[in-house]
Structure formats: C-alpha cells, structure tokens
Design a protein around this ligand. Structure first.
Ligand code: ATP
Length: 755
C-alpha cells in the first residue's frame, strides 16, 4: 500500500511501498514491536526566542552570557567529580561485600572435596546470593522500575529527544546504585558499567537544574537559567560521557558514546564540555581508587572495568583474517543472543507482570546460576600451579597441593576479574574442554539475566563470554601452529572474542572501538578491534537489530533513526503531515484555550492570523504567526495573565522565571482552577509564543523534514503553503511511525500504529 493521502507522488505513480500494520479486531498484542506509544512526549531542542527571553537577554546583557558559560563548565566539573565518586562508592561496596562472600565460600570449598559435604558450600553460596539480590530486586520492582537493566536504552532515548518519565530522577539513581551493588554481589551474570552511564546522566540532570523532586528543600536559583530541555539535554550528554569514562577509564570513548548514541545537535563548545566532564570523571576515579588500593598518586586504576596492562598486543597482517572470522562468530552469537532475549522479554511482558513474580524471577535466576556453577566447580577440573596467576580466591578442589582449580576460580570471583583472567592468565591455565561448558552455561544464563528486575549491565557478561570463546580459539591456534610465536598469545584472542561478542550484541562501533582502545591502552591494536567490531555489527545486522534497539522497540518509544527511510525523498510533507490542524489566534479567548487543552492531547499549537487567502486545493488554517506549547499556555493560565496586550505588565512578575519555576513538571489543565469570569477573558499569546518556529513548504521531501528533526532536535514542524498559511503539522511520531526493517538481507518500510 502506498503512504499517506492521495498525493502528487501518487499521481506521478511514484509512492513508495509501505506495509501497514493492522491488528486483528484492533486488539494490540502485548509485546508487539509494531506500535508507538502516544504517551511518550518529545524534548524540545529548539530555543523559544519569545519576547520574554529577548527582554531578559537585553536586561542582563553580556555579563550574564559570560556567567552562563562559566556556570556550564563549573557544572561539568561537578558532574565529572560526582559521577566518579558514585563509581568509587559502587566499586568499593562491591569489592568489600564480595570479599566477605568469596572468602567464606573458599573456606567451605577448601574444607571439602567430597560430594557428601558439598551441600555446605552450596547452601552458603545459594543463601548469600539470594540475600544479596533480594534488596536490589525489591527496590527495582516496587520503588523505581525504570532503574531496571543498564539504563543505556533509556539514556539513548533521552538523548534522542524523548522524555522518559522518571529516568533522570534522584530516586532512580539511589535505586540504581543499591541495585547494581546487590546484583553484582548476588552473583548474577551482569556488570556495573552500563548503570554507571545512567548514573552519570542522572547526576548531570540533577546538578544542572539545581533542584530535586526527591529532595524538595534543594533549590539552587543560580542554576535556574538552565531549566529548559536544550540545556538539560546537553548536560545529560556530558553526564553519560562521564559515566562511560568512569566505567572504562575512557574519556574519549565517553564523548564518542554521547555522539553515537544520541546528542543530535553537536557543536564544538559542547564537545569540549563533554570531554572535560569525562576527563574529570576518569581522573577522579583513578585518583580515588589508586588511593584506596594503597598506592596514592600512582594513578594506576584506569576505570571500574580494568582490563589490566597488555604488554605484547601486536599482530601480523594475515591475522586480520582470523579477526574477521572471530567478528563474524561474535555477530552470529550476538544475533542469537538478541533473538533469544527478545523472545524472553516478550514472554516477561505477557506473563511476569506482577511485582512479586518479578522478584521471584530474580531469585530463581540467582539460584540457578549458582547451582550450575557448583556443578561445574565440583564436576570439572583444570589444575594449575598456584604461582602462575594472580587469583584472589584460588580453590584447590581435586587438585594437588600448590595447585588450584582454574575453572572453579572463574566462578568464584567477580566477573570482571574473570574477564581479566582470560586476557592475562598464562598459557595452559585454561583448556578448551573446561572453557566450552563454561561458555555455554554463561551465555545462556546471561541471556536469561538481561531484563530481569535488577539494575545490571550487559557489558561484562558479553566480554566474559566472548573472552572465553576467544581464548578457546587462541588455545586452538597455539596448539595447531606451535611454531608461529605471534599466534601464541591466547589473551590477545580473548580480547578480540570479547570485542566481537559485545559488538555482536550491542552493535555500537565507533565508541566501543575507542573505549576498548583506551581500556587496553593499545593504540596499535585499534585497527584489529575496529575490524572485529564492524564485522560483528554487519553480520549481526543481517539477522536482527542491536539489543538496546530491540528493547526500545518493545517499549513503543518513538526513537528517531539516524537516517530517513530509503526513498523518502519521493514523498513530500503534504503526504505525511497531520491535517486539519488545531490552531490558536494571537489573542485567544481563555474558554477556547481551556476547551482545546482539555479535548486534545497535542503539545504544540500554531498561532495564526485567521485571514485565509489561499485558493490552493489544500485546506489552510490561517497565516502563520508563531507556535505556542501546551506548557506555556498552562503557565499563563495558572498565573492568570489575562491581558489583551502587553501594556502595563509587571516585568518582575511576568518573566522567564515563571516558566523555569515549574519546569519540567508542569501542571495539567485539570489542575488549573478558573472562575467563570476568568473564562470569559482572553490571553495575548504574542509575547509568549515562538515567533519564528521551524516550518517547511508542503512540497518539502520527507528526507529533508527528517534531517531537520534529527539535526536540530525539533519537536514540531509547521507545514505551510506558498503564502505562509498553515496547511499541516509534523511531529516526531509522524516520522518515526515509518520504520525501516532489515532481515536476512531484505529491507522494507512498515507503518506502525500510534496507540
Ligand atoms: P510530543 O508528544 O512529541 O511532545 P505532540 O504531543 O504535540 O508532540 P504528538 O503526540 O506527536 O504531538 O502528535 C500525535 C499526532 O497529532 C501526530 O500525528 C501529529 O502530527 C498530530 N498533531 C500534533 N499537533 C497537532 C495540532 N496542533 N493539530 C493537529 N494535529 C496535531
């Protein structure tokens, strides 16, 4: 079927084919990716240059602008510092609690190598896992469900320009921090790195606004000037970057993450500020953790996920083929990971809906994980000399004195230590026979774990699984080519496997390459990492989308893609705009405004001069004068600014702070009480409206409109005819509802339902 209303393109027989999604009996199945939820609203990156803003700028002049600039840098400094301190707090808590747990567990295991006494360590392990995961699961399920998972998909949506309820609240941060400590100590197949990105975003949003809904007494007026979507979103980019920097010790990777994952509007000043925030974060974390590890000033602790130092990361040209093959394996395993997790998520949406069931599932995953682990610890062995590797909890289990069971140690330590083991353990520490069952078990357990009701990241399980199969490939190469010294480095292949697996699941390439270069400290190995990640992405993309995108689709979020749909330049605005348009007049009656706000859900209304002169076949709604937002109308009504003109206004009462005070939680129209007399008055919208909103001609192509939205972070675009009369309106949902699908090398466009 062709897109939109009968159109010029259709007349020219040029419309593109779009598959329209219909649901049987209009019943929307739970867990369908083919809907967009109307309730998700957009952020507005476009600054409303109304009279109030212009007056304020004129009154305060250049010094105010300079103070604003300095404040932005100061906020970035604080954001970097606080994000790192949160990372330090998480890391130290995890280390401390894990030490208690694993030391005791090692004691029990060392005291027993017989199946008859295995129940003691098993029960201890099980109980400690369940006790640890319970508080995190309860907090996420009952207090703040948005704190679930890594938070990266949510941050991605926010940076893309969508208001995600509760995502940058302080309460979310508290639940996230407690939740991630609880999940990692509870032995789940997860990491703390993804949640750091979300934590940084919350810190940035909170600090930059100088107020908190959670801590109502906190209200810093000097930061009130940053209370708008545009400023807030810029700071959130910086916070997310600071989170990446703290997690991986990768300040440049942080900047690229913010770029790759969202911030559509990019300028030099913003790049420098984001880089500053992430550098401060990486430095602070390094300084604090080096001090905690008893070598203050040494600066040897690069990030929460420390890859350890690789001395001999080099490669020969022919090895690039091996890296491409490993990238392809990562892509395949990643695609299956995403497929299985997607199915599981749909199952959860349908059947695991009540909160207690969610908590129960977390307990089940935690219990099953340690049950499988104890079977492997007891049932398999790989004995290695104890002096060979720095292992925090060497378990003797079936091995001779002076040896430890390297397979048991993989389970009985924090997962990031296991990742490091794969990268740095000496040759012969691990064998294919023991790694294979480990990979299989951990792969499936981590598929099951992502999406349960805990705050937990995906990076570590992917690096761990990839590190393990990468090491297996390294061991195989070493055994088959004993006379090729360059191949005798299983740690190098573990690193490539880790990158391939992670790339195959999340499909981020630019930022991930740089993050891994910074985390390994090896520039020379950048090319192999990039080749591996790109191959993994291409192979994975052949089958399905990245895991974050799949989860975003299941949530019905109108995420604007990087590029417009293919062939969209054939379509013009007339074919996908909304018409008729609900408009307002420059001086409008309160009664009509209230009626519109009560009966329509729209957030933007073109302000028009009603004289219609067009003789065009397309209906027009008046000459465009500006655009006003629902939130602005609400603030005007609440402050009862019932004037027909601006004469005699009290500038100290009617100014920008009226709007900033209520940002971002504006009241609804139902909250506004108006008397009958007030309903008969009128509002002059002119000083408040945006007098020069972005608009396009109705013959503009979809591609052009899409790029305008994407590059400028817009919320509404008004469609006009040749004489500047409003003929339609376009919002982000009008564009995002045309989703491009790619599957097994095929591609098409489908039209989603907005519900
Ligand atoms: P957002 O939710 O992104 O903040 P919004 O609430 O103004 O923006 P949407 O929810 O995206 O608008 O709008 C849903 C549909 O309503 C879209 O098809 C859009 O074109 C249409 N629409 C939006 N504003 C108007 C309006 N003033 N008059 C008529 N249709 C409109």
């Amino acid at each position: 079927m062709s897109l939109g209303v009968p159109s010029l393109a259709a007349e020219r027989n040029q419309s593109i084919v779009v598959e329209v999604i219909e649901f049987k009996d209009e019943k929307i199945p739970i867990g369908t990716p083919n809907i967009l939820k109307r309730s998700y609203e957009s952020l507005d990156y476009d600054e409303c240059e109304n009279d109030l803003l212009v007056n304020e700028a004129q009154r305060k002049g250049y010094p105010w602008e300079i103070r604003k600039k300095i404040s932005r840098w100061f906020i970035c400094l604080i954001v970097g510092l606080l994000t790192a301190l949160i990372g330090v707090g998480i890391d130290i808590s995890i280390q401390y609690l894990a030490k208690i747990k694993y030391t005791k567990l090692k004691e029990y295991l060392d005291a027993c190598s017989d199946v008859d006494c295995m129940y003691t360590p098993y029960l201890f392990w099980l109980a400690s896992n369940l006790v640890a995961v319970l508080p995190g699961a309860v907090l996420v399920a009952y207090v703040e469900p948005i704190a679930m998972g890594s938070g990266i998909p949510h941050v991605k949506c926010y940076l893309n320009g969508i208001k995600m309820p509760h995502i940058v609240r302080l309460r979310t941060l508290v639940v996230k921090v407690v939740g991630v400590v609880s999940a990692v100590v509870g032995g789940l197949a997860c990491g703390k790195e993804g949640p750091m990105i979300h934590s940084g975003a919350v810190v940035a949003a909170g600090i930059s606004q100088g107020k908190s809904y959670f801590l109502k007494f906190l209200n810093m007026h000097s930061f009130a000037k940053f209370r708008d979507d545009r400023e807030k979103r810029d700071f959130v980019s910086g916070g997310a970057a600071a989170g990446v920097a703290a997690a991986f010790g990768a300040p440049v990777g942080g900047v690229l993450f913010a770029l790759e994952e969202g911030a559509s509007f990019w300028n030099q000043g913003l790049t420098w500020r984001i880089f500053f925030a992430s550098s401060v974060s990486a430095f602070t974390l390094n300084a604090c953790m080096s001090w905690y590890e008893d070598h203050p000033g040494n600066m040897s602790y690069d990030g929460l996920l420390n890859f350890g130092s690789f001395d001999d990361l080099n490669y020969h040209m022919p090895e690039l083929i091996i890296f491409v093959v490993m990238g392809a394996i990562g892509g395949l395993l990643g695609a299956f990971y995403n497929f299985a997790n997607h199915k599981l998520t749909v199952f959860r949406m349908r059947y695991i809906r009540s909160r207690w069931l969610k908590v129960l599932e977390v307990l089940l995953v935690s219990g099953v994980s340690c049950t499988l682990a104890i079977f492997m610890v007891y049932g398999m062995e790989q004995c290695v000399d104890i002096g060979d590797n720095p292992t925090p909890y060497p378990i003797q289990m079936h091995c001779d004195d002076g040896e430890y069971n390297s397979l048991a140690s993989l389970w009985i330590q924090l997962p990031e230590t296991t990742v490091r083991s794969f990268f740095h353990d000496s040759s012969g520490t691990h064998a294919i026979g023991t790694l294979l069952p480990f990979v299989i078990v951990y792969y499936f357990v981590s598929i099951w774990t992502y999406g349960i009701s805990v705050s937990a990241g995906l990076f570590i399980p992917c690096l761990l699984v990839g590190g393990a199969w990468g090491r297996m490939i390294g061991i195989g190469l070493q055994a088959n080519f004993p006379y090729a010294p360059i191949l005798a480095n299983p740690g190098k292949y573990a690193l490539i496997g880790a990158a391939a697996q992670l790339g195959g699941v999340v499909r981020m390439t630019i930022s991930l390459t740089v993050i891994l270069i910074e985390a390994t400290g090896s520039i020379i190995f950048g090319l192999p990492l990039m080749i591996t990640l790109l191959t993994a992405k291409w192979v994975g993309d052949f089958f399905n989308e990245g895991l974050y995108d799949l989860h975003i689709q299941l949530s019905g979020v109108p995420l604007l893609a990087w590029d417009p749909p293919p062939l969209s330049f054939i379509l013009n605005a007339r074919e996908f705009m909304s018409s008729p348009v609900t408009t307002l007049q420059p001086v409008e009656s309160v009664r009509r405004i209230v009626h519109i706000l009560r009966t329509k859900t729209y957030n933007g209304f073109p302000v028009v001069d009603p004289c219609v002169s067009s003789a065009d076949s397309v209906r027009s709604f008046g000459r465009l004068k500006g655009l006003i937002l629902r939130s602005q109308l609400i603030v005007m009504l609440q402050n009862k600014i019932f004037n027909v003109n601006t004469d005699g206004w009290d500038n100290s009462r009617i100014n920008m702070s009226m709007f900033r005070k209520l940002y971002p939680r504006f009241p609804t129209i139902e909250d506004i009480a108006l008397t009958d007399e007030e309903m008969n008055r009128s509002l002059d919208l002119r000083p408040f409206m945006n007098p020069s909103p972005y608009c396009v001609q109705m013959i503009s192509s979809m591609q052009r409109v899409f790029r305008l939205f994407r590059a400028l972070g817009l919320r509404h675009v008004v469609v006009t005819n040749e004489t500047n009369e409003v003929v339609g309106i376009v919002t982000r949902k009008d564009l995002t509802k045309y989703r491009v699908w790619k599957h097994f090398g095929q591609c098409g466009v489908k039209e989603l339902k907005i519900v």
